[in-house]
Write a protein that binds this ligand. Structure first.
Ligand code: F58
Length: 830
């Protein structure tokens, strides 16, 4: 379809594909039933919830696909620029309610399913989460896809269709166990296979020099191995069905999946060995990179999807009749972190070697198209690849990187950055630990814009990791603070609050987040407050029921729900929170009648399988929970809950039920955070450090309505420079000393008092994340929380002011900024 000539729309009616709107419950019921019977071959009388989910999804997909084809046609005819979002992760979650919401078909569907004898809530729960991401970075990509569609910005997301997404977490005897998450086992009704878009991706082999062009050698790469990239499209519909885009995910298979000769000779395994090897490329999200084989597989994944996506982008550009020189006018390619940064070298290869473009012109085109988002400054998370591995797997790309690096260092010298130390720091090759390619430097140099994800983070990029590159290119780094889609994180996750907001502020609040600010004038309104309290209580009852079913722990919905959910990482400091819980428990035991605020501490989050310390922190939380929850002295006042298998769908239940949001990373380490935004939007108060987007949240909700504590990023940097001694903080804080002592003594690990020795030792000796330095300040902030909770009017006033201030954190705002400052693209007018 998109290969039609650029000259005009296809003959026929203007919107030949849009299906007539569904006008009645009966129409929609019959459409769903037709899918159940004719597409799935199932009997209405025996259909399962999963069957109904599939039938419904297929019926909805028809409508979304019609929009996507039409949006595509309009984009092509208008000669409108497209955005390509390259991301190794899309943490989508479920799509059913998202699609229904954006098509405004939820009520209709409830009724139609009811007539068919199916239960909407159970059908909804039958959809597996698409967990093609680890955490914030992947979820951001999913929010951005939804917002780009809502703003009618023609966008295609490119990624990998992992057969196994993020693992399923079980907790057995307090220990995290990882199980594969087989989300595709029963098929995926949303996706459409696109065989005509498949392409073959090379690895290894050698490079042949065929001529000299413009000072740059033209080469032909003869790969030793080809892997087929197989295209699957998922349509993404925007709010009020204004526009639809697609997410194109590649899966891998062998070019020749079966060696028939081997099979006939009885070598059944050998006959499919190539296919098994090829398929491993799209088998799992973030394969463990603790072994050399794991590292190589990760690099293969990165090149595989980057190359397939660029092939697709150039094919579309040429098929629409444009010259390659016009690519930067027609295509903005966003690199979501450095994982797709190899695309920069691949673009140069395609332009120079395949299309005969002169080197400098190819570089102009490349830099004009690409831009790069950085999501972390943690040194261990900045990607580098061994030169030897690159030379073996991607020999031509390594040559191109050398040439780009020479040009880049030459330009730096010309600008005065000539010293050995500056040249070494600017180089794309790190020579300090073996020779490694710095993907961040490649991404920076090959992009016209590089962005951080919060004001603090962007400032730190300029001052620290990218300082020397920033001096060389002072206009390149820009900030786009992250955002979240309000459709999923407010309308869908919290329909009670959404209904209330519409009652109070009118329908406009659904289309324009700035309308939320109108709540400020109502912050003291007792009627609004009573309704808000009722919403929150209902959400807390729902969460309590889930906790009761899953863990057998009874919660009091009137207690303060204090929530810490996110990936388990030492810098996110779940340890600080659980230490404070231990110390609170000890204080309650010492004085049970001191008028404590009843509190439920809720944790959830996955630790990387190979991250021993994070796994041990999960164990500690679970072990502390089982002791505290069984203590009759404190049981009405303090509960600790660890909910297993945190994912998007669980977040949608937990967040609307939270009173307090824990955002307590070591300052300077959380690039932005996006969970912080989801909680505050839903009216939870934040306890947090001055880190990432917490700072901007404080500015928008008001410093009186957030509990800020702890060292600032600048103070953290000074402490680290001065050499930091945790024992001083421990000695100075009896509460902290008491908590650490209890853990070290085996209070929570009866019979095995060394179980948590790695945690206790880390706290006493190095404390790299300054947990002990911030403990007293955190505990004091928690006492302020309790004091405000007792003043019901003041608490709910602050809660209203949180929701009221969160309009700017919509991902529509973020995407609008990318469009204007980085992509130079507008929404498509109809
Ligand atoms: C996150 N990064 C940041 N990385 O930590 C968070 O502050 C920010 O809000 C978010 O990105 C969006 O900008 C993140 O999620 C990863 O998941 C890595 C992906 C590659 C493997 C290691 C984890």
């Amino acid at each position: 379809h998109s290969d039609l000539p650029a000259s005009g729309r296809a003959p026929g009616p203007a919107v030949p594909l849009a299906l007539a709107p569904i006008r009645s419950v009966a129409d929609w019921r019959d459409a769903i039933l037709a899918k159940l019977v004719y597409a799935l071959g199932r009997d209405q009388r025996t259909a399962s919830d999963r069957d109904w989910f599939e039938a419904l999804a297929l019926a909805l997909r028809d409508r979304v696909v019609a929009h996507a084809l039409d949006s595509d046609d309009l984009t092509r005819v208008a000669g409108h620029k497209r955005v390509y979002y390259l991301s190794l992760e899309f943490l989508v979650g479920r799509l059913l309610v998202d699609t229904l919401t954006n098509l405004d078909m939820t009520g209709l569907t409830r009724a139609a399913l009811g007539e068919l004898g199916a239960d909407f809530e159970r059908v909804r729960a039958a959809e597996p989460d698409a967990a093609l991401g680890n955490g914030g970075l992947g979820r951001l990509a999913a929010c951005f896809m939804e917002s780009a569609a809502s703003l009618a910005i023609p966008t295609c997301g490119y990624g990998i269709r992992y057969e196994n997404g993020l693992f399923r977490q079980e907790i057995r005897n307090g220990v995290q166990v990882e199980l594969p998450e087989d989300w595709l086992a029963a098929g995926n009704p949303w996706e459409i296979r696109r065989p005509e878009r498949d392409c073959d991706i090379g690895f290894g082999g050698h490079v042949e020099q065929v001529g000299d062009d413009d000072g740059a050698t033209r080469c032909v790469w003869h790969p030793a191995e080809l892997v087929r990239a197989v295209a699957h499209d998922t349509p993404v519909i925007g709010w009020r069905a204004r526009h639809a885009n697609r997410l194109r995910l590649w899966s891998a298979r062998a070019v020749a999946p079966l060696r028939l000769d081997a099979f006939n000779a009885g070598d059944y395994l050998g006959a499919v060995a190539d296919d098994v090897r090829a398929r491993s490329v799209s088998r799992v999200l973030y394969p463990s990179d603790t072994t050399p084989a794991g590292q190589e597989l990760r690099l293969r994944q990165e090149y595989f999807f980057s190359a397939a996506s660029l092939h697709d982008i150039l094919r579309r550009h040429l098929a629409e009749g444009y010259d390659l020189s016009r690519l930067p006018d027609m295509a903005a390619i966003q690199l979501n972190d450095t994982h797709p940064a190899i695309a920069i070298a691949e673009m140069m290869r395609l332009l120079v070697d395949r299309h005969g473009t002169a080197w400098n012109e190819a570089w102009r085109i490349t830099c004009g198209c690409f831009s790069y988002t950085n999501h972390t400054l943690l040194p261990e998370a900045l990607e580098t690849w061994p030169v030897a591995l690159m030379e073996r797997l991607l020999p031509r790309h390594m040559q191109i990187i050398y040439r780009l690096n020479a040009d880049h260092l030459e330009a730096a010298r010309a600008k005065g950055a000539a010293s050995d130390s500056l040249q070494a720091s600017l180089s794309m090759i790190d020579e300090t630990q073996g020779r490694r390619v710095r993907m961040g430097t490649l991404a920076f140099v090959g992009s016209h814009r590089v962005n951080g994800v919060s004001a603090l983070h962007t400032g730190l990029m300029r001052e620290t990791v990218f300082h020397d590159l920033h001096v060389l290119h002072p206009d390149r780094i820009t900030n786009v603070t992250n955002g979240i889609t309000f459709r999923r994180w407010l309308f869908e996750a919290n329909p009670r609050l959404t209904g209330l907001l519409v009652d109070v502020l009118g329908d406009a609040v659904l289309d324009d987040p700035s309308v939320l600010a109108g709540l400020r004038g109502l912050a003291g309104d007792p009627g609004l407050r009573a309704r808000l309290i009722a919403c929150r209580r209902a959400n807390k009852v729902a969460l309590s029921n889930l906790v009761g079913e899953q863990l057998g722990i009874g919660l009091d919905p009137d207690a303060l729900f204090d929530v810490h959910v996110k990936r388990l990482h030492e810098y996110k400091r779940q340890l600080l929170n659980i230490l404070e819980a231990v110390s609170l428990w000890q204080a309650i035991r010492a004085r049970p009648a001191a008028g404590w605020v009843p509190r439920v501490k809720i944790f959830a989050g996955k630790a990387a399988a190979s991250y021993a310390q994070a796994r041990l922190i999960i164990r500690l939380i679970n072990d502390v929970a089982s002791v505290i929850n069984n203590d009759p002295v404190t049981s009405d006042l303090l509960k600790v809950v660890f909910l297993p298998n945190f994912n998007v769908s669980l977040a949608e239940i937990i967040i609307p039920a939270a009173d307090l949001s824990e955002q307590i990373s070591t300052a300077g380490m959380e690039a932005s955070g996006t969970g912080n935004m989801k909680f505050a939007l839903n009216g939870a108060l934040t306890i947090g450090t001055l880190d990432g987007a917490n700072i901007e949240i404080r500015d928008h909700v008001g410093a009186d309505n957030i509990f800020i504590f702890g060292l600032t990023a600048a103070e953290v940097a000074v402490r680290r420079l001065d050499g930091w001694h945790p024992e001083c903080s421990i000695v100075a804080s009896p509460a902290l000393a008491g908590a650490i002592e209890a853990i070290g003594r085996g209070t929570f690990s009866p019979g095995e008092d060394t179980r948590f020795a790695p945690i206790v030792d880390e706290l006493r000796r190095t404390d790299r994340f300054l947990v002990t330095a911030d403990f007293d300040s955190y505990a004091e902030a928690q006492r302020r929380v309790a004091a405000l909770w007792r003043d019901r009017d003041a608490w709910w006033r602050a809660a209203v002011l949180n929701t009221a201030g969160m309009g700017p954190f919509s991902s529509d705002r973020a995407i609008g900024e990318y469009a204007e400052k980085i992509w130079h693209v507008t929404g498509l007018e109809r």
